[in-house]
Design a protein around this ligand. Sequence first.
Ligand code: AMP
Ligand code: MG
Length: 334
Amino acid sequence: MKDVNILAIESSCDETSMAIVKNGCEVVECVVLTQMDTHAKFGGVVPEVASRMHTENITMVLDELLRKSGMNKDEIDAIAVTYAPGLLGSLLVGLECAKTIAFVWNKPLIKVNHTIGHIYANNLMKKMNYPMLALVVSGGHTDMVIMKDDYEFEKLGSSLDDSIGEVYDKVARVLGLKYPGGPNIEKLAQNGKYSYDLPKPVNDDTYNFSYSGLKSAVINLVHNEEQRNNEINKEDLAYSFQVVAIDELVRKVELAIKNIGVKNMIIAGGVSANKYLREQMKNLCEKYNVELTIPDFKYCTDNAAMIGAAAYPLYLKKDFSKLDINASSYSSFV
Ligand code: AMP
Ligand code: MG
């Protein structure tokens, strides 16, 4: 079969990224321009600033992609783009860019869900084997999903309140750490030990999660100690929080392995960059002989290569979009 090259665009939050992905699994080139340093000054992503920066940067990113890949429009088979979920203004910049390229180059347009993109980042490592358990841990999701085939999702459970990434970010903020919170908590936790007794998320046997209690407990602890003028050991608190938050993921995955007989598993989303999570999941999967795939660090955070990977099965099904599609800030994929 002829190779399929998809040019993919991702702009759902604060990364402007474009990639060319061959056959859904091989990254020809991927350019990522992050706005992280700008948003760090404000303690989080400022939507208006993000969309403006995407507008300023997107044509430069396209130029760089074409220059670095050495490819031209005749070698591209389709244009893929993240249409949801994310910041509306940011999504629209990528979407308009994709529509314009698709129109001018006369290529089919493929719309991709960002969260599904995170799952398909695993195809850049190794072809995903079905049936498979996907643990999606990001700024917006804490989901356990069974995939029986490409784009066949069956939800086992999800967070009933805050997502794990959101809680990482809130805890980071109360500890005075810079945005983005997750990697900074992880760094701080490296020198910590378990010394704060924090409440376990949900002690049940469903596949749901609840992280708001843990978040409130950390925030209250910090505020109470501050009011009493007591010193907080931030390293220990970061470590204790991380252990409680991630051990709950491990416990629920173990439950699924035992109950459902999972043989293949992937982890997806920004929190999958966390080394403690990666290590704990590796140990668990080794214990039960489960084949585990986790994306390389550079494909855990937002990037267009994962969007190109997720677009490939849609290309094969000719699941193309019209040029009047809209962006959406919210979208559930299961
Ligand atoms: P996403 O929503 O998939 O784009 O991922 C963003 C989320 O991942 C944010 O909440 C980050 O704080 C979180 N994150 C990124 N890196 C790490 C890390 N090393 N440890 C924990 N959380 C992380
Ligand atoms: Mg993301």
